[in-house]
Design a protein around this ligand. Sequence first.
Ligand SMILES: [Zn+2]
Ligand SMILES: [Zn+2]
Length: 415
Amino acid sequence: MKARFTALKGAPDVLPPETHLWSKIENAACEVFCAYGYDEIKTPILEPAELFLRSIGSSSDIVAKEMYSFTDKADRSISLRPEGTAGVVRAYVEHNLSLRPAPQKFFYRGPMFRYERPQKGRQRQFYQIGAECFGTAHPGMDAELIVMLMAFLEKAGLRGFSLELNSIGCRQCRPAFKQRLKEFFGPHLDVLCPDCQRRYEQNPLRILDCKVERCSAVRAGAPLISESLCEDCRMHFGTLLGLLDAMETPYTLNPQMVRGLDYYTRTVFEVTSGQLGAQNAVAAGGRYDLLVSEFGGPETPALGFAAGMERLSDIILSATASGQAGPEVFIASVGGEAAAAALKTASALRAGGKRVEVGWEGSLKSQLRRADKMGAGHVVIIGGDELKSGSFKWKNLKNGESGETAAGEIFKLFI
Ligand SMILES: [Zn+2]
Ligand SMILES: [Zn+2]
């Protein structure tokens, strides 16, 4: 019996025409990020498991439940990366990139892995585009990164998205806030979900963004971090908001936003879109001023964000008519002798950036039918008669115009 395979659950194929949209999104990212001085970095998908335990934090859902980890043949504990920042920070420290002039700016794109229950918009293998900036604590860099993210989303074709912001404090002011949270939640501990009971001990901040209903009911009236920020954090956040105002970048303050990862300090933000029904996060990020030194590098303030490709493309796709159209030119090649002329003509057009398809086989009628099905813009016909006369018949399938043009001049039709 022949074998017939299916992809693993939660690890879907991405097919055309969706891949065209993905390319468009990636190109938009490269173009915008480059203008802001970001260069691409490619870090491995496999990393030591310890890297994520140390950065994301053992209290996070990712490390507690969702890591793809295994032991390799040399008995090392390996993980498929669940997010991009830890690998970039490791590379920054490992290659002493702090010795290069600050700020150092990188962007990345590629698959991430989390063992979650697969559902619409949430896969076990998913793609992210992200950016990380190292070496400046100035809130101007927070503003610049956020403005860059907005420019990228806009260029990628996303509309109607909104930005939410918060500051979650620093090493100085957060311990006291955690203490206040523990005092607040302590009397309600038995009502909280099991995850939050664990968070209460390890990182009570995370109770603030638990999605379980009884937890959100309990936290009404919980103390706000904004009331506990130290003077430096307050100034930092205030300056950032002033800069966003100056850039006329609209935002909403969300005093309960804490983000899922332990390593964030000060600024955290999330971009959401309401276009697929419920408000969905399409990108999120924040500052992580302590992570580089925790990875053994020099104290280096840093910040970044990641955007989810699947969700971005779903939303953009739902808002636009279709993905990629068919070929701009379909060359119907009839008879054995036409092949060389068809290939030559196609190559000349392709060199000019046109998307061209050659119909290598079948009758003229069946090739024309195929061109139509593919949604081609033009058809050029090359057969015995055309080779003899040296001019090719063509038809514009969109407006019905047709004519005949010398073989060497065909490219002029499509300028
Ligand atoms: Zn602070
Ligand atoms: Zn909870």
